[in-house]
Design a protein around this ligand. Structure first.
Ligand code: HEC
Length: 209
């Protein structure tokens, strides 16, 4: 498209030559005689270019399938939605814990050994420096499951089976005396566990919820 056909309209005042960045003297001459290069036309050009860019993507990457997204979409809500099938008891979890967790978090969830790995059991939040554990701090048992499944063991995340995650979660809840020694955890039972600290969170901006 030439500037000649593009820039039509009123007779020029001189300034349009500056707004239409065109170093072709012939076009400038035409501009002078034919009129202004309208702002609307320039905008149209910009949108036409954007449209062309949309029509021809850069060809990077590959489309993501639903199944691929589902593999990473593993968040669990406090009401238990997202919990997978499976189950585990504290006794089963004790074995998982001994093999895959105790090296960092300490025997029975106290006295952790690895830098950054906190205790998982006990404690009271009675002062600002108090150590927070899943037992005294977390609001929902489902968060314990979610965190362990996605992030632990720290050196091999996402290697536990769902049964192992249920079991080690059950073990840690029992160690914290939140559930009984024989209570199995599974998709229906875990969301019913009431964590001791659940009602102590203050919602800072309730009107935004
Ligand atoms: C190699 C060391 C290591 C191993 C093994 C390990 N963890 Fe951890 N764990 C960590 C570290 C480090 C953190 C802190 C991570 C962070 O803050 O992001 C952590 C954090 C956690 C938390 C969150 C604690 C909190 O107060 O929020 C839980 C729960 C947990 N681990 C459970 C487990 C379980 C269950 C296993 C075994 C299946 C396990 N960990 C194995 C190092 C480890």
């Amino acid at each position: 498209m030439s500037m000649h056909s593009a820039c039509s309209g009123e007779v020029g005042t001189g300034s349009p030559i500056r707004t239409c960045a065109d170093h072709n003297y012939e076009s400038m001459a035409r501009l002078r005689s034919n009129g202004t290069c309208s702002r609307a036309f320039l905008l149209a050009l910009v949108f036409a270019a954007a449209g062309a860019a949309r029509a021809e993507p850069p060809g990077l990457g590959t489309p993501v399938s639903e199944a691929e997204v589902a593999a990473w979409d593993i968040s669990i809500m406090p009401d238990g939605s997202g919990l997978p099938p499976g189950r585990g008891t504290p006794a089963e979890g004790k074995l998982v814990y001994a093999q895959k967790c105790s090296a960092c978090h300490g025997e029975n969830g106290v006295n952790p050994a690895a830098p950054g790995a906190g205790p998982l059991v006990g404690g009271k939040i009675d002062r600002i420096e108090a150590v927070k554990t899943i037992g005294n701090f977390y609001g929902y048992a489902t968060t314990v499951f979610d965190f362990i499944r996605r992030a632990m063991p720290f050196n091999e995340p996402r290697t536990l089976s769902n049964d192992e995650v249920y079991a080690v979660t059950a073990y840690l809840l029992a160690q914290n005396k939140i559930i009984g020694e024989n209570d199995a955890m599974y998709a229906q039972s875990l969301p019913k566990v009431k964590m001791p600290n659940r009602d102590n969170f203050i919602i800072r901006f309730p009107d935004r919820i």
